[in-house]
Each structure stands twice: as structure tokens, then as C-alpha cells.
Design a protein around this ligand. Structure first.
Ligand code: PMP
Length: 427
């Protein structure tokens, strides 16, 4: 059945939608942190459908909220009042750390970042933006121009004029071997240079992920973006925190990833886990920035009744079960396991990340050259052992591990045992 589906998939879907695994799997059911394929095989889901399944699969509270809403009305229109949309916006603004915050809902992270850049360029009357190398912000015409990763940005032409700051793995390239203090000094010097020479200081915004997701869970030292913001703020340059992967407690340290960075964002974009898998995303912005658009704007499906109901139920579950704290505790358990496995394996260059967002970067010994084949083999072996994880990084040589935030101690113990087997010096 799956073979036939693979052929049909290849015939009618784009070749650049790459499927994981030599023998791609068809996931047909989920329960908690487990998913089941079409043959009934069970896997521990440690990628959560690219971090979209935040509180677990088939969580009764979320399923109930979705089905109750679906049985009442699936879609009305954003032209009318929608209570779950307002409810979710109230929860998000309250938690945002942004004064007088307002929310615009969309259906994808790409569209959320598009909205953020539209707002920033309108508010600041400038088309100049600062972005970080090795980032990923989406697949639209605008977002590929601020996405600093050659495998995801086929063209860089858009209405934006983009200046770049360094970012990405610290195992090679311009950031290789830098201490935290040197990393910080380099970022500040590069930023001063951008403001002085490239852009005459007339910049609308900086857009950055607190931890780069697609880029392979790379992160700057704590407080880094705060230092940059101290240089940017006197110019009125806005700070956009792309929290599509880092939001909602995933890092274990704060509700948003920006909190360990010491920044006060002007805008936050969110997506992925917010609706526990429903197509729900958006931008939270300071009220005067949000309202500066001045024209009509609408997203037909953004924050629709069913998606927003899933969002409210997911948010309440997250808070009720204190999943941020769970991310911190279970993340520490996972990290210990990964570091122990890495200590026996010289092809692992680094274990990094925060909370339940941990990456394992494979390298070719002392040269630290990326080793994507080893990452691939580990991905396949983990799957054979019943564990689904992700892959990323500029060269595809980083394993990305990001289970639902509700993962239990027993499930983590099971996963760590598999990692020991998969990573423990056999690569
Ligand atoms: N920003 C970040 C940080 C992401 O990881 C992604 C998706 N991988 C996006 C934006 C785009 O989100 P979407 O795929 O929902 O458009």
C-alpha cells in the first residue's frame, strides 16, 4: 500500500518535497508521543511532525475542542466576530512580553513572517532588513530573501534589501572556535559595520530565530541578541523574534526563546505547535506597529474557529501541565544521554540546543568537515529502532531532536537507550 502511495506521490507532487528515509513511511495514527505507520508499526515521535505536535498526538482536550467546534461551525469568516480567535489572542498577548500587543493570525509561519516584514517596512518606511546567515524563515518570495541557507533559497530577489550577520555552526567557518565573548564582540562589530557602511542606518528591522531550527539548532551565546538590540534600538530599528520553533516553552528556560537573549521584541512570529498540528500561525506586534498598516488586510483562514479552538485548548493544556518545566527536566535527561553517547563517538562534533530542542552535529574527525552521510545513517538506524527524529543544518549533517513537550520520563529513557545504540561510537 505504501509503495503504491510513494509512486503516486512522486508522480503528482514536486520533486523538491523531499521525503525522509530510503523507504518513506506513511504515518496514519498518533497517540501521545507515539505514531503508527500504515503497517501498524509503532514509533516514538521525537520530531513531532517538525515540532507541530506540541502537547502530544490525539490529546483528548484538543481533540474535543476541535470536534466540538467543527460540529458547530468550521468556518465563518474573519469579517465576523470569532470568539476562539479573540480568546487565543488574549492569551498570547498576555504572555508575549510586548506592551499593548495585538495579534494577526495566519495559517503558516511563512505568512506570519511575511506579515511581520510587511508591518516593519510599513512602520519604518524602509525596505532594509538585517537577517542572520544560516537562518530559515519560510518559503515565500519574501522569506527566501531573508533565509540565509543556500539549500532553501533558490532566488534572492524581492523588494527587500537584506544585510547579513554571521550565524550558524561554531564548528567551522567565520565563527569556528570563538569564545562567547569573541562571538559577541564579532557580532557587535559586524552590526556597527552594517549600520555605518551598508545601510546608512536606515533599517526597518532585524529578524532572527533565538535558536536556528532548519539551520541545525545553532545558537549564539545567551544575551547576544540583547547586545545587538542595544545598538539597534537608538535608531528605532525593530526586533522581530521568529519563535516558530522556539516558542511555547520548548527551550525550558522561558515561554519564548528570546527570553534568554535579553531582548524586548517589537514583534514575535509563531506557528507550528501553536494549534498542536492545526494550520495556525501569526504575528504578535506592538499595537502601534500592528495598526500602522492603515489599509485593509485579511487572511481568509487565519485564526479560523476550528484552528483557534485547537490553539486555546493547546495553550491551556501547556499551562495546566507546566510543560515548560517538563521541557527543562526532560531536556536535561536527553542531553545527558546524548552527551554520554557523543563521548564515545569522535564523529559527533557537538551536542547543542536547549530544553527539548537538541541537535547532534556529525563531522569528519578533526577536520570538522560536515558529515551528512553519518547523520543520514543515524536517522535510518533510529527509525529501524522505532524512533523518529529530524535532520537539518546547512549540509544536512545535524540530527534534530524535538519531541512533544509532554514527553514522559519513561519515554525519554526509551529514546535515550535507542540513541545510545544509534550514536554510541558505531557511526
Ligand atoms: N520560521 C521558522 C523558524 C521555521 O522553522 C519555519 C518552518 N520550518 C518557518 C518560519 C516557516 O513556517 P511554515 O512552514 O509554517 O511556513
Amino acid at each position: 500500500m505504501t509503495d503504491d502511495l510513494l509512486q503516486r506521490h512522486r508522480a503528482v507532487l514536486p520533486s523538491w518535497i523531499s521525503l525522509y528515509y530510503e523507504e518513506p513511511i506513511e504515518i496514519v495514527r498518533g497517540e501521545g508521543r507515539y505514531v503508527f505507520d500504515a503497517h501498524g508499526r509503532r514509533y516514538l515521535d521525537f520530531f513531532g511532525g517538525i515540532l507541530t505536535t506540541m502537547v502530544g498526538h490525539a490529546v483528548p482536550e484538543v481533540v474535543e475542542a476541535v470536534s466540538q467546534q467543527a460540529s458547530r461551525i468550521i468556518h465563518s469568516s474573519t469579517l465576523y466576530l470569532i470568539e476562539p480567535m479573540v480568546e487565543l489572542a488574549e492569551r498570547l498577548t498576555e504572555r508575549s512580553g510586548i506592551p499593548n500587543a495585538k495579534v494577526f493570525f495566519t495559517t503558516s509561519g511563512t505568512e506570519a513572517n511575511d506579515a511581520a516584514l510587511l508591518l516593519a517596512t510599513t512602520f519604518r518606511r524602509s525596505n532594509q532588513v538585517i537577517a542572520i546567515k544560516n537562518s530559515y524563515h519560510g518559503r515565500s518570495f519574501t522569506q527566501i530573501s531573508v533565509t540565509g541557507n543556500r539549500s532553501w533559497s533558490p532566488s534572492s530577489y524581492s523588494g527587500l534589501s537584506v544585510s547579513w550577520l554571521q550565524g550558524g555552526s561554531r564548528l567551522r567557518g567565520p565563527l569556528a572556535g570563538l569564545s562567547d565573548a569573541d562571538y559577541l564582540a564579532r557580532g557587535k562589530a559586524d552590526l556597527e559595520d552594517v549600520l555605518m557602511t551598508t545601510t546608512s542606518g536606515d533599517v526597518a528591522a532585524i529578524i532572527a530565530e533565538p535558536i536556528q531550527g532548519v539551520g541545525g539548532f545553532c545558537l549564539p551565546p545567551d544575551g547576544y541578541f540583547g547586545e545587538l538590540q542595544r545598538i539597534l534600538a537608538p535608531h528605532g530599528i525593530l526586533y522581530i523574534s521568529d519563535e516558530v520553533q522556539t516558542g511555547f516553552g520548548r527551550t525550558g528556560e522561558g515561554f519564548w526563546g528570546y527570553e534568554s537573549q535579553g531582548v524586548t521584541p517589537d514583534m514575535i512570529t509563531f506557528a507550528k505547535g501553536v494549534g498542536n498540528g492545526m494550520a495556525l500561525a501569526g504575528v504578535i506586534a506592538r499595537g502601534e506597529i500592528m495598526d500602522s498598516l492603515g489599509t485593509n488586510s485579511i487572511s481568509t483562514f487565519g485564526g479560523s474557529p476550528v484552528a483557534a479552538s485547537a490553539g486555546v485548548a493547546t495553550f491551556d493544556y501547556l499551562i495546566k501541565h507546566n510543560l515548560q518545566e517538563n521541557a527543562r527536566i526532560r531536556g536535561a535527561q536527553l542531553r545527558r544521554g546524548l552527551e554520554e553517547a557523543a563521548s564515545h563517538n569522535p564523529t559527533i562534533g557537538e551536542v547543542r540546543g536547549k530544553g527539548l530542542m537538541l541537535g547532534v552535529e556529525f563531522v569528519e574527525g578533526d577536520s570538522k568537515a560536515p558529515a551528512p552521510d553519518l547523520a543520514n545513517q543515524a536517522l535510518e538506524r533510529a527509525k529501524s529502532a522505532g524512533l523518529l527524529i529530524g535532520k537539518g543544518g546547512l549540509s544536512g549533517n545535524v540530527l534534530r531532536i524535538a519531541p512533544p513537550l509532554s514527553v514522559t520520563e519513561e519515554e525519554m529513557t526509551e529514546a535515550v537507550a535507542i540513541f545510545q545504540q544509534v550514536l554510541g561510537g558505531q557511526c
